[in-house]
Design a protein around this ligand. Structure first.
Ligand code: G1P
Length: 286
């Protein structure tokens, strides 16, 4: 049973300078909720009860956020309905969160490797909080279902536009079941002309513990960093890898425009602020 997730958050977040000089990106808000909380809620709804946050050495404000009077603050969240609040408190009380410091920002693969001593031999999930998915059924819950059905690792995929291709992991696939694909090629941040498709890896993974062994043999790749994608290629060749083309709406909140779009999307659903905001937005559209 998969009950453990890693959430790496130590990236440098240069696209959010100047605010990221002092505030970790994971705490930047979508409306009034830090992006990392979306990952934690999705994890909880997917059956995860143990979370390891891999953070930078100067990011202890993330730990403080969840520990210092957190519930008192949550209770003041004006837009929460009573049942939502109870649900949220249940989430916070049911998950064991621990914090691991990644001393140097050597890449996503390196960040994930920091969790090796705490994982053991079981498969686990990875959430990148930059990728926020609004969906009826939590994306990770579906992915764990696919993992249980095929006993193979799974990653989330989505078609992206050409300008995004050199910024992401890109895969080539064979479709064999509705929304489920066999991954046959992976490449991290390819030049457009070298990309095998327009299907990108989105930040949700179900991985076997053998990924740690692969990561130890991976050389620095794209951007001179230890890339998780390069470690996954070994697993794909040895055992196979599935891709899940998830339903719902995805935002890349790792850049200011995506964060703003996710906030706009979130507020339209907000019982207190939604209607007034939509009226204002309409009044701005010429
Ligand atoms: C990471 C992964 C990449 C994936 C992306 C999704 O890249 O390395 O394969 O497509 O997340 O958000 P990063 O955003 O760390 O550059």
């Amino acid at each position: 049973m998969i009950d453990t997730a890693i959430i790496p958050v130590a990236g440098l977040a240069t696209r959010f300078l100047p605010v990221s000089k002092q505030v970790p990106k994971a705490l930047l808000p979508i409306l009034n909720k830090p992006m990392i909380e979306f990952a934690i809620e999705e994890a909880y709804l997917s059956g995860i009860r143990r979370i390891m946050i891999i953070m930078g050495p100067d990011q202890f404000s993330i730990k403080d956020y969840f520990e210092n009077d957190y519930l008192d603050v949550v209770k003041q969240r004006v837009s929460f309905k009573e049942q939502q609040l109870e649900k949220f408190i249940e989430i916070i009380n049911s998950i064991e969160v621990s914090y691991i410091v990644q001393e140097q920002p050597l890449g996503l693969g390196h960040a994930i490797l920091q969790a090796e001593p705490y994982i053991g031999n079981d498969s686990f999930c990875v959430f990148l909080p930059d990728d926020v998915i609004f969906s009826g059924s939590p994306c990770m819950s579906d992915m764990i279902g696919i993992y249980n059905e095929f006993s193979l690792p799974v990653l989330a995929i989505k078609e992206v536009s050409e300008e995004k291709i050199p910024l992401l992991g890109i895969v080539d696939v064979n479709n064999y079941k509705k929304d489920i694909y066999e991954i046959v090629e992976m490449v991290e941040k390819p030049a457009l002309e070298k990309a095998p498709s327009n299907l990108a890896i989105i930040g949700r993974y179900v991985l076997p513990a053998s990924v740690f062994g692969e990561l130890k043999n991976v050389k620095p790749g794209a951007n001179g960093e230890i890339q998780i994608t390069d470690a996954l290629i070994g697993i794909m060749k040895n055992s196979g890898f599935n891709g899940y083309k998830f339903p719902g709406i995805h935002f890349d909140v790792g850049n200011p425009i995506g964060l703003l779009q996710a906030s706009v999307y979130a507020i339209t659903d907000d019982p207190k602020y939604g209607a007034g905001f939509i009226d204002w937005l309409k009044s701005q559209v010429i």
